[in-house]
Design a protein around this ligand. Structure first.
Ligand code: TMP
Ligand code: MG
Length: 294
Protein backbone atom coordinates (compact mmCIF):
# COMPACT_ATOMS: atom_id res chain seq x y z
CA UNK A 1 0.00 0.00 0.00
CA UNK A 2 1.21 3.45 -0.82
CA UNK A 3 -0.20 6.44 1.09
CA UNK A 4 1.24 8.79 -1.57
CA UNK A 5 -1.46 7.49 -3.94
CA UNK A 6 -4.20 8.71 -1.62
CA UNK A 7 -2.38 11.87 -0.50
CA UNK A 8 0.03 13.04 -3.22
CA UNK A 9 1.68 15.57 -0.84
CA UNK A 10 3.16 12.57 1.00
CA UNK A 11 5.23 11.84 -2.11
CA UNK A 12 7.19 15.07 -1.70
CA UNK A 13 10.96 14.73 -1.24
CA UNK A 14 10.71 16.39 2.17
CA UNK A 15 8.51 13.55 3.50
CA UNK A 16 10.01 10.46 5.17
CA UNK A 17 8.05 7.56 6.63
CA UNK A 18 9.43 4.51 8.43
CA UNK A 19 6.32 2.49 7.68
CA UNK A 20 4.15 3.92 4.88
CA UNK A 21 1.69 1.05 5.20
CA UNK A 22 1.05 1.91 8.84
CA UNK A 23 0.46 5.54 7.81
CA UNK A 24 -2.05 4.43 5.22
CA UNK A 25 -3.84 2.25 7.79
CA UNK A 26 -3.99 5.12 10.28
CA UNK A 27 -5.30 7.51 7.64
CA UNK A 28 -8.00 5.15 6.44
CA UNK A 29 -8.96 4.23 10.00
CA UNK A 30 -9.34 7.88 10.93
CA UNK A 31 -11.18 8.77 7.74
CA UNK A 32 -13.62 5.94 8.30
CA UNK A 33 -14.20 6.96 11.93
CA UNK A 34 -15.14 10.43 10.70
CA UNK A 35 -14.11 13.98 11.41
CA UNK A 36 -16.27 14.19 14.52
CA UNK A 37 -13.97 11.63 16.21
CA UNK A 38 -10.81 13.62 15.56
CA UNK A 39 -8.89 16.18 17.61
CA UNK A 40 -5.65 17.91 16.67
CA UNK A 41 -2.88 18.47 19.21
CA UNK A 42 0.01 20.64 18.14
CA UNK A 43 3.17 22.06 19.60
CA UNK A 44 3.69 25.77 18.86
CA UNK A 45 7.31 26.92 18.52
CA UNK A 46 8.96 25.58 15.38
CA UNK A 47 5.88 23.44 14.64
CA UNK A 48 3.14 25.97 13.91
CA UNK A 49 5.77 28.70 13.52
CA UNK A 50 8.54 28.72 10.94
CA UNK A 51 12.03 27.64 11.90
CA UNK A 52 13.70 29.92 9.34
CA UNK A 53 12.85 32.43 6.64
CA UNK A 54 15.29 33.49 3.90
CA UNK A 55 18.07 31.71 5.73
CA UNK A 56 17.44 33.54 9.01
CA UNK A 57 16.16 31.80 12.15
CA UNK A 58 12.68 32.79 13.23
CA UNK A 59 12.02 33.45 16.92
CA UNK A 60 10.37 31.15 19.45
CA UNK A 61 7.83 32.72 21.81
CA UNK A 62 10.63 33.13 24.37
CA UNK A 63 12.88 34.73 21.73
CA UNK A 64 10.13 37.24 20.84
CA UNK A 65 10.50 38.76 24.31
CA UNK A 66 14.25 38.28 24.33
CA UNK A 67 14.72 40.50 21.30
CA UNK A 68 12.03 43.05 22.19
CA UNK A 69 12.37 46.48 23.77
CA UNK A 70 10.64 45.16 26.89
CA UNK A 71 13.77 43.43 28.17
CA UNK A 72 16.92 45.23 29.35
CA UNK A 73 20.15 44.74 27.38
CA UNK A 74 21.70 42.92 30.31
CA UNK A 75 18.80 40.49 30.50
CA UNK A 76 18.84 40.02 26.70
CA UNK A 77 22.47 38.98 26.91
CA UNK A 78 21.78 36.56 29.76
CA UNK A 79 18.87 34.94 27.88
CA UNK A 80 21.01 34.67 24.77
CA UNK A 81 23.80 33.03 26.78
CA UNK A 82 21.28 30.52 28.11
CA UNK A 83 20.05 29.81 24.57
CA UNK A 84 23.60 29.32 23.31
CA UNK A 85 24.33 26.94 26.15
CA UNK A 86 21.14 24.89 26.24
CA UNK A 87 19.77 24.80 22.66
CA UNK A 88 22.69 22.63 21.43
CA UNK A 89 21.85 20.26 24.29
CA UNK A 90 18.14 20.23 23.28
CA UNK A 91 19.03 19.02 19.79
CA UNK A 92 22.00 16.80 20.72
CA UNK A 93 21.19 13.33 19.42
CA UNK A 94 24.05 11.76 21.37
CA UNK A 95 22.35 12.42 24.72
CA UNK A 96 19.27 10.64 26.04
CA UNK A 97 16.12 12.45 27.15
CA UNK A 98 16.93 11.38 30.73
CA UNK A 99 20.28 13.14 30.48
CA UNK A 100 18.78 16.25 28.93
CA UNK A 101 15.79 16.58 31.24
CA UNK A 102 17.45 18.22 34.29
CA UNK A 103 19.34 20.57 31.97
CA UNK A 104 16.15 21.62 30.20
CA UNK A 105 14.46 22.26 33.56
CA UNK A 106 17.49 24.38 34.44
CA UNK A 107 17.15 26.35 31.17
CA UNK A 108 13.45 27.06 31.60
CA UNK A 109 13.77 27.91 35.30
CA UNK A 110 16.65 30.33 34.76
CA UNK A 111 15.00 31.98 31.74
CA UNK A 112 11.72 32.44 33.58
CA UNK A 113 13.47 33.86 36.66
CA UNK A 114 15.18 36.42 34.44
CA UNK A 115 11.90 37.35 32.78
CA UNK A 116 10.11 37.83 36.09
CA UNK A 117 12.78 40.36 37.15
CA UNK A 118 11.99 42.51 34.10
CA UNK A 119 8.66 43.89 35.34
CA UNK A 120 7.08 43.13 31.98
CA UNK A 121 3.75 44.84 31.44
CA UNK A 122 0.88 42.92 29.89
CA UNK A 123 0.13 45.80 27.53
CA UNK A 124 3.64 45.61 26.03
CA UNK A 125 3.25 42.10 24.69
CA UNK A 126 1.18 42.93 21.61
CA UNK A 127 3.77 45.40 20.34
CA UNK A 128 6.63 42.97 21.04
CA UNK A 129 4.87 40.40 18.85
CA UNK A 130 4.03 42.97 16.16
CA UNK A 131 7.65 44.08 15.92
CA UNK A 132 9.07 40.55 15.89
CA UNK A 133 9.90 38.29 12.95
CA UNK A 134 7.64 35.52 14.26
CA UNK A 135 5.97 33.73 11.35
CA UNK A 136 3.45 30.97 11.26
CA UNK A 137 4.24 28.34 8.64
CA UNK A 138 3.00 28.91 5.09
CA UNK A 139 -0.51 27.51 4.80
CA UNK A 140 -1.35 28.28 8.46
CA UNK A 141 -4.52 30.15 7.50
CA UNK A 142 -5.94 27.14 5.70
CA UNK A 143 -4.96 24.90 8.61
CA UNK A 144 -6.62 26.99 11.34
CA UNK A 145 -9.64 27.98 9.23
CA UNK A 146 -10.31 24.42 8.11
CA UNK A 147 -10.27 23.09 11.68
CA UNK A 148 -12.55 25.91 12.75
CA UNK A 149 -15.01 25.40 9.88
CA UNK A 150 -15.11 21.67 10.52
CA UNK A 151 -15.47 22.17 14.31
CA UNK A 152 -12.38 20.08 15.02
CA UNK A 153 -10.77 21.05 18.36
CA UNK A 154 -7.17 22.23 18.15
CA UNK A 155 -5.08 22.06 21.30
CA UNK A 156 -1.86 24.07 21.14
CA UNK A 157 0.41 22.51 23.72
CA UNK A 158 3.47 24.62 24.24
CA UNK A 159 6.47 24.87 26.52
CA UNK A 160 6.78 28.42 25.24
CA UNK A 161 4.98 31.49 26.59
CA UNK A 162 1.19 31.28 26.43
CA UNK A 163 0.61 35.04 26.59
CA UNK A 164 2.99 35.58 23.67
CA UNK A 165 1.80 32.72 21.46
CA UNK A 166 -1.83 33.75 21.94
CA UNK A 167 -0.86 37.19 20.70
CA UNK A 168 0.84 35.65 17.63
CA UNK A 169 -2.27 33.73 16.62
CA UNK A 170 -4.57 36.63 17.53
CA UNK A 171 -2.61 39.02 15.31
CA UNK A 172 -2.66 36.44 12.52
CA UNK A 173 -6.47 36.35 12.84
CA UNK A 174 -6.65 32.63 13.57
CA UNK A 175 -7.35 32.46 17.31
CA UNK A 176 -10.70 30.82 16.60
CA UNK A 177 -13.03 29.50 19.34
CA UNK A 178 -12.03 25.87 18.64
CA UNK A 179 -8.45 26.64 19.75
CA UNK A 180 -7.37 25.87 23.30
CA UNK A 181 -3.87 26.51 24.67
CA UNK A 182 -1.88 24.72 27.39
CA UNK A 183 1.29 26.67 28.07
CA UNK A 184 3.25 28.78 30.53
CA UNK A 185 1.19 31.83 31.45
CA UNK A 186 2.40 34.96 33.20
CA UNK A 187 0.77 36.22 36.37
CA UNK A 188 0.22 39.99 36.49
CA UNK A 189 -0.55 42.20 39.49
CA UNK A 190 -3.47 44.65 39.52
CA UNK A 191 -1.35 47.28 37.72
CA UNK A 192 -0.63 44.84 34.88
CA UNK A 193 2.99 44.10 35.83
CA UNK A 194 4.22 40.51 35.63
CA UNK A 195 5.08 39.04 39.02
CA UNK A 196 5.51 35.32 38.34
CA UNK A 197 4.51 32.42 36.11
CA UNK A 198 1.27 30.64 36.95
CA UNK A 199 0.92 26.96 37.82
CA UNK A 200 3.26 24.14 36.94
CA UNK A 201 6.14 24.82 34.57
CA UNK A 202 5.78 23.18 31.18
CA UNK A 203 9.16 22.43 29.65
CA UNK A 204 10.14 20.47 26.60
CA UNK A 205 10.12 17.07 28.32
CA UNK A 206 7.17 17.15 30.70
CA UNK A 207 4.27 17.50 28.30
CA UNK A 208 2.93 14.16 29.50
CA UNK A 209 2.63 15.50 33.07
CA UNK A 210 1.17 18.73 31.69
CA UNK A 211 -1.44 16.75 29.78
CA UNK A 212 -2.39 14.75 32.84
CA UNK A 213 -3.00 17.95 34.83
CA UNK A 214 -5.68 18.87 32.32
CA UNK A 215 -7.93 15.85 32.50
CA UNK A 216 -11.03 18.10 32.30
CA UNK A 217 -10.16 19.17 28.77
CA UNK A 218 -9.62 15.62 27.56
CA UNK A 219 -12.73 14.45 29.37
CA UNK A 220 -14.77 16.94 27.31
CA UNK A 221 -13.22 15.49 24.16
CA UNK A 222 -13.85 11.87 25.12
CA UNK A 223 -15.85 11.33 21.94
CA UNK A 224 -12.74 12.17 19.86
CA UNK A 225 -10.32 9.26 20.34
CA UNK A 226 -8.45 9.89 17.06
CA UNK A 227 -5.59 12.35 17.20
CA UNK A 228 -3.46 14.16 14.64
CA UNK A 229 -0.36 15.18 16.58
CA UNK A 230 2.11 17.78 15.28
CA UNK A 231 5.48 18.42 16.88
CA UNK A 232 9.11 19.25 16.25
CA UNK A 233 10.77 17.76 19.31
CA UNK A 234 10.84 14.23 20.68
CA UNK A 235 9.31 15.77 23.82
CA UNK A 236 6.16 16.53 21.79
CA UNK A 237 5.38 12.84 21.35
CA UNK A 238 3.70 12.64 24.78
CA UNK A 239 1.27 15.50 24.13
CA UNK A 240 -1.59 13.09 23.46
CA UNK A 241 -1.01 11.05 26.64
CA UNK A 242 -4.04 12.63 28.30
CA UNK A 243 -6.46 11.66 25.51
CA UNK A 244 -9.19 9.39 26.85
CA UNK A 245 -9.89 6.00 25.24
CA UNK A 246 -7.37 6.87 22.54
CA UNK A 247 -7.70 4.88 19.29
CA UNK A 248 -5.39 6.20 16.58
CA UNK A 249 -2.63 8.79 16.88
CA UNK A 250 -1.04 9.98 13.64
CA UNK A 251 2.23 11.66 14.61
CA UNK A 252 3.70 14.24 12.25
CA UNK A 253 7.15 15.59 13.13
CA UNK A 254 8.91 18.61 11.67
CA UNK A 255 12.64 17.94 11.61
CA UNK A 256 14.07 21.44 11.26
CA UNK A 257 17.68 21.26 12.38
CA UNK A 258 20.55 18.73 12.45
CA UNK A 259 18.55 16.61 10.05
CA UNK A 260 21.09 13.88 9.27
CA UNK A 261 21.98 13.24 12.90
CA UNK A 262 18.41 13.14 14.12
CA UNK A 263 16.54 11.53 11.23
CA UNK A 264 16.67 7.97 12.55
CA UNK A 265 15.33 8.86 15.99
CA UNK A 266 12.53 10.90 14.38
CA UNK A 267 11.65 8.06 12.01
CA UNK A 268 11.52 5.70 14.97
CA UNK A 269 8.95 7.81 16.77
CA UNK A 270 7.01 9.96 14.29
CA UNK A 271 4.83 8.31 11.61
CA UNK A 272 5.56 11.10 9.14
CA UNK A 273 8.77 13.15 9.29
CA UNK A 274 8.96 16.44 7.38
CA UNK A 275 12.49 17.50 6.55
CA UNK A 276 13.17 21.24 6.58
CA UNK A 277 9.62 21.81 5.38
CA UNK A 278 8.51 25.32 6.33
CA UNK A 279 4.92 24.76 5.24
CA UNK A 280 1.68 23.26 6.50
CA UNK A 281 1.16 21.53 3.13
CA UNK A 282 1.29 17.99 4.47
CA UNK A 283 -0.94 18.58 7.52
CA UNK A 284 -3.38 20.46 5.26
CA UNK A 285 -3.43 17.64 2.70
CA UNK A 286 -4.10 15.17 5.51
CA UNK A 287 -6.99 17.27 6.82
CA UNK A 288 -8.40 17.47 3.27
CA UNK A 289 -8.23 13.70 3.05
CA UNK A 290 -9.94 13.26 6.42
CA UNK A 291 -12.72 15.70 5.54
CA UNK A 292 -13.78 14.04 2.32
CA UNK A 293 -16.49 11.50 3.02
CA UNK A 294 -15.48 8.27 1.41
P1 TMP B 1 7.51 24.48 22.25
O1 TMP B 1 7.26 23.31 23.12
O2 TMP B 1 6.29 25.36 22.03
O3 TMP B 1 8.18 24.15 20.97
O4 TMP B 1 8.54 25.47 23.05
C1 TMP B 1 9.83 25.09 23.39
C2 TMP B 1 10.89 25.82 22.63
O5 TMP B 1 11.26 27.05 23.28
C3 TMP B 1 12.16 24.98 22.58
O6 TMP B 1 12.52 24.72 21.24
C4 TMP B 1 13.20 25.85 23.25
C5 TMP B 1 12.66 27.23 23.17
N1 TMP B 1 13.16 28.16 24.21
C6 TMP B 1 13.75 29.35 23.81
O7 TMP B 1 13.84 29.61 22.61
N2 TMP B 1 14.19 30.22 24.76
C7 TMP B 1 14.10 29.97 26.11
O8 TMP B 1 14.52 30.79 26.93
C8 TMP B 1 13.49 28.72 26.51
C9 TMP B 1 13.36 28.39 27.96
C10 TMP B 1 13.02 27.86 25.52
MG1 MG C 1 8.61 23.13 19.37
Amino acid sequence: MDPCKVIPALGSTSVCMRDPQRVEELLHGMQKAGLNTIQVISDFDMTLTRFAHNGKRCPTSHNILEISQIISDECKQKLKDLLNKYYPIEIDSSRTIEEKLPLMVEWWTRAHELMVQQKIRKDQLALAVQESDAMLRDGYQQFFDCLHQQSVPLLIFSAGLGDVLEEVIRQAGVFHPNVKVFSNYMDFDETGVMTAFKGELIHIYNKREGALLNTGHFEELRSRPNVVLLGDSLGDLTMADGVQDVENVLKIGFLNDKVDERLQSYLNSYDIVLLKDETMEVPNAILDFLIVDK
